[in-house]
Design a protein around this ligand. Structure first.
Ligand code: TNX
Length: 494
């Protein structure tokens, strides 16, 4: 027996690495996956074929896979063909077909092709032979709005950092980036009619703890809008009012009721500042800001904040919204605000961002019955500035600890009483930055939770066991790109 036992051990074969990524092993999970037959092996001779209208997205794929893009490949060339044409009529849909001869990606729109390209890239093994599993995927989103937010008011993040983050979020088909551009501690967007907003409100020394000054010029902002659009991401600008306005009042004291400039603030308190609701100066200011923001924003939404206005009486708050919500419409945009705006009747044409941790909210339910649409960002589940657990070095914890499973395991279509799926435009994961400085800090809080929220926004069904397996397999891709993600103990990381 002693002689036999070692032999048995030696005979156990070394575990071979799987040659391909299973066709459905993608985040967010595709709607319909049908594996079949042999896969396609990408070689140095493989080309990407694309019509002129799809050249942009084809070049992005070409860069990622280090392949050449051509208008027409000769017959019998191994190729990845991008086609513009009808799939199933659903917005953003695509069809991906893989067999031994090649890959065909088809969509009616370049947005759909972009989505398909993100799927395809996840199907290419990170290392070893680049064989893509055979079969067909037909895919489209559950919700049109899949978003995240960066708070560049508490700490400024540079355009370069924001672009790098856009690259990462778009890989998960996140298609809206909300920028929180103003708060008590700083003002981060150039407004020509009010230059002191940025010369004072964006100066060095503004920001939490006096760290993180800076602002976006209009040219920076427009360049970001263009960059985001090339990744099929729409920028949503937010100016927070009538609260969260201390930085604006430091720059323009006439925005207070007594005309006296308050001291600049670099602490993290909330709820102490308010625009002067009875003053016409306030509405001239708001209109100038909304007009200039609308002019530089091609996207449909202007976010007007509206949260935590604890220094504004409720009567004043409603007076303010009665003036300001219609102003956004006047400049051709859809008003978007934190869920407190639901109390205003004029919010019937607006979008409310549900950030409460409760699952009942009579004001929101009543507004929805009147036409208000909702984007789901419940703080206790979707706030990716909250710590993962008590040991997390960064972040806050007022809404609780949010481990990966908690951020993933909820349903945006049924979460709030009186807010049916038909009223939900989608989901957004806000990343407040009181404790965040660098891009690494942003990435550590965003990943992997934002991948889970992205799946809630895209995929029709959720399945924690499937998600955690796909997430574990995704780890090496983040590592290869130098993304500083949190290695949650809930996941078996590859
Ligand atoms: C509450 S949530 C805020 C922000 C803070 C955040 C910190 C919301 C609409 N307002 O002012 O940054 O908590 O988690």
């Amino acid at each position: 027996l002693a002689g036999v036992l070692p032999l048995t051990v030696v005979a156990a074969p070394a575990q071979a690495a799987p040659p391909t990524v299973a066709l459905g092993s993608v985040i967010p999970a595709p709607v319909d996956v049908r594996p079949s037959g042999g896969g396609f092996r990408i070689t140095a001779r493989t080309v990407i074929e694309a019509p002129a209208a799809a050249r942009g997205v084809a070049e992005q794929l070409g860069e990622a896979l280090r392949l050449r893009v051509v208008g027409h490949a000769p017959p019998r060339t191994g190729k990845i063909a991008l086609e513009l044409g009808k799939v199933n009529g659903k917005p953003e849909s695509y069809r991906l077909t893989v067999d031994k001869r090649g890959v065909t990606l088809r969509s009616a729109t370049t947005a759909g092709l972009f989505n398909g390209v993100q799927t395809l890239q996840q199907l290419v093994p990170v290392s070893g032979p680049r064989t893509i599993a055979g079969g067909e995927i037909i895919d489209y989103p559950r919700f049109g709005y899949r978003g995240t937010m960066l708070d560049i008011a508490r700490h400024f993040h540079t355009p370069g950092e924001i672009k790098r983050h856009i690259d990462e979020i778009s890989k998960f088909k996140v298609n809206y980036l909300h920028l929180h551009l103003s708060d008590d501690q700083g003002w981060r967007i150039q407004i020509d009619s009010r230059p002191r907003l940025t010369t004072v409100g964006g100066a060095a020394g503004t920001g939490v703890d006096g760290v993180g000054g800076g602002f976006l010029t209009k040219a920076d902002y427009r360049d970001l809008v263009r960059y985001a659009a090339s990744r099929h991401v729409t920028i949503v600008p937010e100016i927070d009012m009538p609260g969260h306005v201390n930085a604006a009042q430091v720059a323009y004291p006439e925005l207070t009721c007594d005309g006296v400039a308050p001291p600049p603030r670099t602490d993290t308190a909330v709820g102490y500042s308010s625009l002067c609701i009875g003053s016409e100066t306030t509405y001239r200011f708001v209109e100038d800001v909304v007009r200039e923001l609308a002019e530089m924003t091609p996207g449909p939404f202007i976010h007007i904040g509206g949260d935590e206005a604890h220094a504004t009486t409720q009567a004043d708050y409603l007076t303010f919204q009665k003036r300001v919500l219609p102003l956004v419409t006047k400049y051709g945009k859809t008003a978007y605000g934190w869920n407190e705006i639901a109390a205003a009747p004029e919010a019937n044409v607006a979008v409310a961002q549900f950030w409460s941790s409760a699952t009942q909210n009579p004001a929101v339910a009543a507004a929805v019955a009147n036409g208000t649409k909702v984007i789901m960002s419940p703080a206790n589940l979707a706030y990716i500035d909250q710590k993962y657990d008590p040991t997390t070095r960064l972040g806050l914890s007022w809404a609780g600890y949010i481990e990966v499973r908690k951020a993933y395991d909820w349903d945006p279509g049924t979460h709030v009483t009186g807010v049916p799926e038909s009223a939900v435009l989608g989901v957004e994961a806000p990343l407040w930055s009181e404790t965040l400085r660098s891009l690494d800090d942003i990435e550590y809080m965003a990943w992997p939770r934002l991948a889970g929220i992205a799946e809630l926004g895209w995929s029709p069904a959720r399945d924690w066991e499937s998600f955690r397996t796909r997430l574990g397999a995704y780890g090496p891709r983040w590592a290869a790109r130098g993304v500083d993600f949190y290695r949650s103990p809930q996941i078996d990381w590859a």
